[in-house]
Design a binder for this molecule. Structure first.
Ligand code: ADP
Ligand code: ADP
Ligand code: ZN
Length: 209
């Protein structure tokens, strides 16, 4: 199955993707994680993306579309993939339709007022991409990644000033994708405000896994 996870920043896409990887046996592709790794490694892509990401703006379509094409052309995506954070604009969705057949877009519904608590408590591992929350999903040792032992970080763009901007961008540019996939009969929506396990159950039921 080729699945898209839609949802506001902090809605829980990455957290749900980590669960669905095991359940569905396919990899997840997070454009945010690929870009953060590029920034960490100071590659040309990273240098181009950094200014946009730090400001809470979308990286230009042509940059992310090229990056995504290369990633899903890799062998491990042959039998399906989970997209986390792509597409984020209508032109991205149209480009994706030209290179892959999407089975479902699953939207995690979380209102803006819940997002603040998600963002302020989020901690990420820049080495392996794992995501934690100080209350809802804490690592075993504070600020240390359970999977790889690296130090956890607060994302620069998770501070509230930037988060508000990212939410506005989401409503303007990404939320219209619900209608885009709805018109194709591919949209499924679940409540993302409940706990992590409850969200996993809603997703399992919605996807018929
Ligand atoms: P979140 O998980 O909070 O939704 P991501 O990790 O997916 O955030 O993305 C972080 C930032 O990376 C975005 O604010 C944007 O600058 C950039 N980015 C990630 N994916 C895309 C994309 N598909 N199109 C444009 N920019 C992107
Ligand atoms: P996204 O990828 O959509 O930006 P994340 O998966 O990174 O979102 O989740 C944002 C933050 O909220 C993380 O700190 C994560 O641990 C936490 N979180 C994710 N899902 C839930 C949930 N259902 N209930 C409470 N906290 C959650
Ligand atoms: Zn890690």
């Amino acid at each position: 199955m080729n699945l898209i996870l839609l949802g506001a920043p902090g809605a829980g896409k990455g957290t749900l993707a980590a669960y669905l990887i095991e359940k569905m046996g396919v990899p997840s592709v997070s454009t945010g994680n690929i870009l953060r790794e590029a920034i960490k490694n100071n590659t040309p892509l990273g240098r181009e993306a950094k200014q946009f990401m730090d400001a809470g703006q979308l990286v230009p379509d042509q940059v992310v579309i090229g990056m995504l094409k290369d990633r899903i052309a890799q062998d491990d995506c042959k039998n399906g993939f989970i997209l986390d954070g792509f597409p984020r604009t209508i032109p991205q969705a149209e480009a994706l339709d030209k290179i892959a057949s999407i089975d479902c877009a699953l939207s995690l519904e979380v209102p803006d007022e819940v997002i603040e608590g998600r963002m302020t408590g989020r901690r990420v591992c820049l080495k392996c991409g794992a995501t934690y929350h100080v209350k809802a999903n804490p690592p075993k040792t504070p600020d240390v990644c359970d999977h790889c032992g690296d130090r956890l970080h607060v994302r620069k763009d998770d501070h509230m000033g930037v988060v508000r901007h990212r939410l506005a961008t989401f409503h303007e540019q990404t939320e219209p994708l619900k209608d885009y996939y709805g018109a194709q009969g591919k949209l499924k929506s679940i409540d993302g405000t409940q706990g992590i396990q409850q969200t996993e159950q809603f997703a399992t039921a919605a996807l018929g896994l």
